[in-house]
Design a protein around this ligand. Structure first.
Ligand SMILES: Cc1cc2nc3c(=O)[nH]c(=O)nc-3n(C[C@H](O)[C@H](O)[C@H](O)COP(=O)(O)O)c2cc1C
Length: 363
């Protein structure tokens, strides 16, 4: 049995410092693709409009008393989808994006949760059946993994990088106009920002490759552009962020700590800590034992807790949570009550049961 003091911790509100927005409790729904957008492979231009179930699903999450709802992947370029059936935010579409997104955002916020949709560009992690010519930091091709094959990528030009930065900023502004409290930038799981940060993928010799400062430039410029476009601290910028990519020669925790500080200084107010890529899918939250040198923790505890709490130690302002593997309320309570992290993120448990939060909070 938990002590009452510890139980109360998960139910405590927490304030996002820059925006002053209050999160009603310490549990959040991490970004998890809903696959509730229209899709027709022969008509990609007409795909990605939210289906009615998109709002209904977010209403069910809100009714479960969750503190933050991050919508899953929303690709910002319809020619480069990470998969079929997600809602797309691209200025090149025939419907009104603000009107289309508003019902789901209103539904997510209907019970006091903060709503932070995730905006995404997959880079080379585009299934070959959707696009044979992806874009990435360099031309390093992803080997077949997760049951899919991937085309050889073309390195982004500097103009291409600026185009993507503009798209991220446009998507954030559109979501702000549709009522979102902020966004989560997907900078994990092997997507585009990981492909720039990782020295084993990024072989560039210009100002976007080489030193860590250069490899982090695209991500930092994107955060800056979102800030400029949404023009107020009231709009929350969150980042889903890897502790490691669990690939030899890839992102290391030491480098990620430095990037974490740069992001916090740039105005990121919420971090969802995760890890891995498509080729090393530790993000699925399973035991880490398949990654040499990373012993697994107890079953039911967040698998990235050991790194998230180190980020929390060096953080001066942001709210820090971690997703992956949380299944046991006692572990969640213990980590939050000890101040190791601020929040716990949930993916699949809420997919199966949107009332899971209620069950936890009601002890
Ligand atoms: C089917 C599926 C889809 C996912 N989609 C996303 C996504 O859109 N964006 C993201 O950042 N993570 C995504 N994830 C990862 C989850 O957010 C989460 O990190 C992972 O499921 C581990 O958390 P859990 O053990 O609580 O499920 C997805 C995971 C699954 C299983």
């Amino acid at each position: 049995m938990s002590s009452p003091r510890v139980s109360q911790m998960l139910a405590q509100p927490i304030t996002l410092k820059l925006s002053g927005k209050v999160i009603p409790n310490r549990l959040y729904r991490s970004a998890l693709s809903e696959y509730l957008g229209s899709f027709d492979q022969e008509d990609l231009e007409g795909s990605g409009e939210p289906l009615p179930q998109y709002a209904e699903f977010h209403k069910s999450l809100a009714d479960g008393d969750i503190g933050v709802i991050c919508f899953g992947n929303i690709p910002i370029h319809r020619d480069y989808l990470q998969g079929p059936k997600n809602v797309i935010l691209d200025a090149n579409q025939s419907w009104d994006a603000i009107q289309a997104l508003s019902p789901a955002i209103a539904a997510a916020k209907s019970n006091g949760a903060i709503c932070l949709p995730q905006i995404t560009f997959p880079g080379r992690q585009v299934p070959e059946h959707l696009n044979t010519s992806p874009l990435s930091s360099s031309d390093v091709q992803l080997e077949p993994c997760l049951g899919m094959t991937y085309g050889k990528p073309t390195p982004l030009t500097k103009e291409g990088i600026q185009d993507l930065i503009g798209r991220f900023a446009w998507a954030a502004r559109t979501l702000a106009s549709a009522g979102a409290d902020g966004v989560v930038v997907h900078a994990s799981h092997g997507y585009i920002f990981t492909q720039f940060l990782s020295p084993s993928v990024n072989r560039r010799t210009d100002e976007y490759g080489g030193s860590l400062e250069n490899r982090a430039r695209f991500l930092l410029e994107t955060i800056e552009a979102i800030k400029a476009e949404t023009s107020t601290d009231n709009f929350v910028i969150g980042v889903k962020f890897n502790c490691h990519d669990f690939i030899e020669g890839g992102q290391t925790f030491e480098e990620q700590c430095t990037v974490f500080k740069w992001l916090e200084d740039a105005g990121v107010d919420f971090f969802d800590i995760t890890g891995g890529t498509y080729a090393s899918p530790a993000w699925r939250g399973e035991a880490l034992s398949s990654y040499p040198g990373f012993p697994s923790g107890p079953k039911g505890e967040g698998v990235f807790l050991r790194w998230a709490k180190e980020f929390k130690k060096i953080s001066t302002r942001a709210v820090i949570g971690t997703t992956g593997g949380w299944r046991d309320r006692m572990f969640m309570e213990r980590a939050v009550a000890a101040g190791e992290i601020d929040m716990c993120g949930l993916g699949r448990p809420l997919q199966e049961n949107p009332d899971f939060t209620k069950t936890i909070l009601e002890n």
